[in-house]
Write a protein that binds this ligand. Structure first.
Ligand code: SF4
Length: 352
């Protein structure tokens, strides 16, 4: 399930050495709204600095630049200090989302001693926890003891697409749909909830094809998932996606398409959410016109799980120009970002 040529191209862009960062401090912490308990509320997010994703030893996913945040010198004591910082920042918040630059459940990245310290400190402090992991660490022997702490946990898995061809030849995930379903089964049998991440518009797919991939993937992931988070592409540093984007050979997806996916996904009966990273910014999902209304509606509908206002806005809008963009892109070999391509042409011909 590995495209070695793609993997090597991605690996070549990764920095040779992790940057030296303070191993006692999380990468970042902030508050944001989500609905992990079935209603919208403020949650706390912490990104723990770790030694990074086990997949980095081989390569990385084509869109992932989390390796920019890892440090090679993070040990158990450092993780404990980071945990203390996160817990003291919790305040009144009862829901915590934990990200690492890899998998919280990887015992090499997040040592079992630090994991135990983390759960013990959280007892009585929170009512819901979200953690992320690659599928290989979602095994009974590795996760069943988590139940003993009595904290309700939702595990998030980056499936990205239910199409193995896309997983291998576009994303370079080093995984597969069958690995996802096996891990989901283990988690479900042990009583964990599951959030499934899908990546909207990976490399080498037209936006039309990417929309179809999301609808197909929602249908396939739905029976295994408590909810499905649609993550539109954003541009991270030192990635293959960034390289293509800088050359004008990749156009970020449009908010109209995301709205369409959410409306259709909810019609299919899925609990779909999307809180786009970098929405309406240069490196995030955006329409040609970057008005705030559509992005706000996407957030609101996701939080409320009510897509009627989003649907009404979508249906009353004039989307002819948007459809023209989609049609034009669909017959191209690449997904051109015309503004960037034009900039390059102008720059390369400026000596004339
Ligand atoms: S599995 Fe996750 S952390 Fe690891 S390279 Fe892929 S996206 Fe990044």
């Amino acid at each position: 399930m590995i495209n070695r040529e793609l993997s090597s191209s991605i690996k070549a862009l990764m920095p040779a050495k992790p940057r030296s960062s303070d191993p006692d401090k999380p990468v970042s912490m902030w508050r944001e709204r989500d609905r992990l308990r079935g209603f919208p509320e403020t949650t706390m997010v912490v990104i723990f600095r770790t030694t990074g994703c086990s997949w980095y030893n081989f390569s990385s996913c084509s869109m992932c630049g989390y390796f920019n945040d890892v440090a090679s010198n993070v040990g158990v004591d450092n993780l404990k200090k980071q945990i203390d910082s996160a817990i003291s920042a919790l305040g009144y918040v009862r829901v915590l989302k934990v990200f690492t630059s890899g998998s919280f459940l990887d015992p090499i990245e997040f040592h079992p001693e630090a994991r135990d310290y983390f759960f013990r400190k959280l007892q009585g402090r929170i009512d819901k926890l979200l953690i992320e992991s690659r599928t290989e660490y979602i095994r009974k022997d590795n996760i069943e003891s988590i139940k003993d702490y009595g904290i309700p946990v939702r595990i998030a898995i980056g499936l990205e697409s239910a199409n193995d061809d896309i997983i291998m030849n576009s994303i370079n995930k080093g995984s597969s749909f069958s690995k996802f379903t096996a891990a989901a089964k283990v988690a479900k049998n042990l009583g964990f909830e599951l959030r499934t991440y899908l990546l909207f518009k990976p490399l080498f797919l037209s936006e039309k094809a990417a929309i179809s991939d999301m609808l197909f993937s929602i249908e396939k992931a739905m029976p295994h998932s408590t909810d499905i988070s649609i993550n539109p592409m954003n541009i991270q540093r030192h990635t293959l996606v960034e390289k293509m984007w800088k050359k004008g050979l990749y156009r970020l997806p449009r908010l109209w398409s995301l709205a369409n996916i959410l409306i259709k996904g909810s019609d299919m009966g899925a609990s779909v959410v999307s809180y786009p990273t970098g929405g309406n910014k240069e490196r995030g999902i955006h329409n040609e016109d970057r008005g705030p209304e559509l992005l706000n509606l996407i957030y609101d509908s996701s939080l409320k799980q009510n897509f009627s206002d989003l649907r009404a806005y979508y249906e009353k809008s004039d989307l002819r120009e948007y459809y023209e963009y989609l049609d034009a892109e669909d017959v191209n070999m690449f997904q051109p970002d015309y503004d960037r391509l034009l900039d390059r042409v102008v720059q390369s011909s400026s000596w004339i």
